[in-house]
Ligand binder design. Structure first.
Ligand code: SF4
Length: 365
């Protein structure tokens, strides 16, 4: 039943550009299209190569295609244009973009530079309807789903930025604005494109999808049997507190989310990550750590502790440094694997949705 609701939501919020985005097409769909045009079989592979390996920005640059085919492509498709509205560069190398879309909505994409590689954090929806109380992305509600091609374009754009340095996007985290499991089909199509061996060929184990706990699609994802990592935004050790912080918990209660996590672990044999945003005085007390450790006891999991910054709309404050370490110590003492997230882009308003919120505010003035 819930699945039908989610499908309905996907349809209602899906965006159809006047002409399809070329990045929305898989290699197989391009093969079908070129066949319909009476073109030889190898043309689709050439187009795919121009898109993902040579990463051109127009059909005219696809110089090994005959001109009439390039014209046909330009008649049938458009590239996703991500217009750079803002680009902020942090001292630690993190680059945060606010991109304008075809229909004037704005989305955020972040490139993080680590010593083990470059990671891109992508957005899957314009805004978000999940309503997590510590998150700026949800403030204006949900506007629409991104197409798979609009998610793809964020990674291609990031790769273009890295190209002059000879660097590549080595990992992807789907942790930007939006709930990917409420835009499930497009997210999965995006993942298939990103991991395609003839495309950017990003290893499944280098991709993480983060969900607020949309149970039916967590189960569906487990059944897809991929090597892609799953992260759950848990943020509380029990039902009551989680419902206060994340209204989605009333739709999919804590215990059901935990059952779905166990199902995923059993089905895939993979470790699950729990994201836990520490909010001063709200969910960061030693008793919360004890309770969380008890709930997670025996699970193949890892806890990622994320100290939140000041959230003016909610009066949320940061957990003091010593309390963060104490929370971590309690988990470790109880044999729960945990890390404290290293902050990146702290100096450039890096929290999810802040840039877009500022942009919307300025537009409304
Ligand atoms: S944290 Fe994620 S799921 Fe929650 S409101 Fe923000 S974008 Fe949506």
């Amino acid at each position: 039943m819930e699945n039908q609701t989610i499908k309905g939501l996907e349809n209602k919020l899906n965006y159809k550009p006047d002409k399809p985005f070329i990045y929305d097409y898989s290699l197989e769909q391009l093969q079908e299209w070129t066949k319909e045009q009476g073109e030889p079989g190898f043309r689709a592979g050439q187009i795919f190569d121009w898109l993902y390996v040579k990463r051109v920005g127009s059909f005219d640059e696809m110089t090994n295609l005959p001109k009439p085919l390039r014209d046909k492509l330009a008649d049938a498709f458009v590239f996703v244009t991500l217009t750079e509205i803002t680009k902020l560069q942090s001292k630690d190398g993190t680059v945060k973009f606010l991109f304008g879309l075809h229909d004037n909505h704005a989305i955020e994409t972040v490139i993080m530079r680590h010593n083990y590689g470059n990671s891109v954090c992508v957005t899957t929806q314009v805004g978000c309807r999940i309503g997590c109380t510590f998150c700026a992305s949800t403030l204006g509600g949900l506007k629409r789903n991104l197409t798979s091609g609009e998610i793809v374009a964020q990674v291609v754009q990031a790769q273009r930025l890295l190209d002059p340095e000879g660097e590549r996007v080595s990992s992807i985290v789907i942790m930007g604005s939006g709930e990917p499991f409420e835009n499930y089909e497009n997210t999965m199509a995006f993942l298939r494109l990103m991991t395609h061996p003839k495309g950017l060929n990003i290893g499944q184990r280098h991709i993480t999808v983060s969900t607020s706990g949309i149970v039916p699609n967590m189960l569906k994802f487990a059944d897809e049997n991929t090597q892609i990592n799953l992260a759950i935004s848990i943020h509380a050790p029990n039902d009551d507190l989680r419902s206060k912080l994340m209204p989605v918990n009333r739709r999919f209660p804590f215990v059901e989310v935990m059952d779905a996590c166990r199902y995923y672990i059993e089905k895939t044999g993979r470790r699950i990550t729990f994201e836990y945003a520490l909010i001063g005085g709200v969910n960061d007390r030693p008793e919360h750590a004890e309770e969380l450790a008890d709930v997670l006891q025996g699970m193949l999991c890892h806890v990622n502790l994320i100290p939140v910054n000041y959230v003016p709309e909610r009066d949320y404050v940061r957990t003091p440094r010593d309390d963060i370490f104490e929370f971590h110590r309690i988990l470790e003492r109880k044999k729960i694997n945990a890390t404290i997230r290293r902050e990146q882009g702290h100096d450039i308003a890096a929290a999810c949705g802040q840039l877009r919120a500022k942009h919307m505010e300025a537009q409304a003035r």
